[in-house]
Design a protein around this ligand. Structure first.
Ligand SMILES: Cc1ncc(COP(=O)(O)O)c(C=O)c1O
Length: 394
């Protein structure tokens, strides 16, 4: 398994996040997202699976997997992002027109569908973000158009169209799809709700990231007292998820926060390169990988403001590592609960196994018999045929 681990020289061990990170993800916004989402009609916590059998086999003390594959209603943590930001945008519009901000509950109870129907939202997505936006738009009564880059399977495209959204295929990579949705939205009066940020585009992205805070809070609440995690492995696409998890864990654990290990596909390791060079790097061209949710050539600006100091190290893996992890999680080890992990969902476990197989990487990541590791399964089998094919391959 091809594999690279890079340490972050700019890692901060301070008790509090630096100001730059606080500005990117202010605490008040994270708190209000958690409050709102926990009163969501479809809200249910996802399990934090404890895998003692696999931990013993891997030679670590504990292994917990946060199973976002079970996140209602979309089988991915992305349900917490775009759909939340859309609800907030509808509240903004009503407040601007009437001077009164409606309650979050009122929006989700369908009391403002007439106002929502005037809004047309858009996004570029490699699948799950677009699906969250499409689902939210259907639930709240807005129109939605999603732009898909090359490499997104028909099954993933259908999973967006099924919520009544228009799907547009862009002849190019994820960054090309962002460029296209940006210009089409400006031309056609669509409101772009994007999970990445860049100069001049931060507010909607920040809200999406704040929505992800909920899953981090759930993890930390479920970890038994006295055994805090030592390592947190998080998948990186544009980095929004990792930034949200990093900020929540920094605020909860202070200087004793777990090491944040960022996972990327080796064909799209823009965070790794940025950490190496000290400034945000872009990887042009196609990023062919089965870990489609991580096929991003550029780190989100807000996420970079957090990850540049929050990240302990970056691990870049090949598709084989994710496929191997999918098969192992589906089988379970020594009576552990089994977990359905989609291709991107399995990347954290793939990276952990690859790191433990490599003495140098294991030392760099400070992994050993006392390690208590948290991984995220960020999606279940969204493309069922692809999942079955990978599981059947020995
Ligand atoms: C299943 C899955 N996991 C992880 C990620 C990465 O999240 P982010 O782009 O916020 O870094 C994505 C992004 O699309 C995803 O779909």
């Amino acid at each position: 398994v091809a594999f690279i681990a890079t340490l972050n020289d700019a890692l901060s061990n301070a008790a509090l996040p630096p100001q730059e990170a606080e500005r990117a993800m202010p605490e008040a916004g994270c708190r209000s997202a958690v409050d709102d989402l926990s009163r969501w009609p479809v809200y249910a916590q996802t399990r934090l699976a404890d895998l003692p059998g696999l931990a013993a086999r891997l030679g670590i003390a504990r292994l917990w997997v946060k199973d976002e594959g079970a996140r209602r209603p979309l089988s991915s943590f992305k349900a917490l992002g775009a759909a939340y930001a859309l609800g907030e945008h509808i509240r903004d519009q009503i407040e601007a027109a009437s001077g009164e901000r409606p309650g979050y509950d009122a929006i989700w109870a369908g009391k403002h569908r007439a106002e929502a129907a005037k809004i047309h939202v858009s996004a570029a997505s490699d699948g799950n973000h677009g699906r969250s936006l499409a689902w939210g738009a259907q639930a709240l009564g807005a129109k939605c158009t999603v732009y898909l880059p090359h490499g997104v399977s028909d099954a993933r495209a259908d999973a967006i169209a099924e919520f009544g959204s228009t799907v547009i295929h862009v002849d190019g990579n994820y960054e090309d799809a962002i460029a296209r949705v940006t210009s089409d939205s400006a031309r056609d009066g669509m409101v772009m709700l994007q999970d990445t940020s860049f100069p001049g585009y931060v507010d909607h992205c920040r809200r999406i990231m704040q929505g992800y805070t909920l899953l981090a809070e759930e993890i930390m609440d479920a970890i038994p007292q006295g055994t805090p995690p030592t390592h947190l492995f998080v998948q990186i696409g544009c980095g929004g998820l990792a930034a949200a998890v990093a900020m929540a864990s920094w605020r909860r654990y202070g200087a004793a926060r777990p090491r944040l290990i960022a996972i990327e596909p080796s064909v799209a390791d823009s965070l790794r390169r940025s950490i190496e060079s000290g400034s945000a790097e872009i990887i042009a061209g196609e990023h062919p990988t089965i870990m489609i949710g991580m096929a991003c050539g550029e780190v989100s600006m807000l996420a970079w403001d957090v990850l540049k100091t929050a990240t302990h190290s970056v691990v870049a893996i090949d598709d084989d590592a994710a496929a191997r992890a999918m098969r192992l999680a589906a089988r379970g080890v020594d009576g552990d609960p089994t977990i359905e992990m989609g291709e991107t969902g399995a990347a954290g476990l793939g990276a952990l196994m690859a790191a433990l197989d490599d003495a140098e990487a294991k030392a760099k990541l400070e992994l050993g018999p006392d390690s208590r590791v948290v991984l995220l399964n960020t999606e279940a089998a969204i493309d069922r045929a692809a999942y079955d094919r990978i599981l059947a391959a020995a």
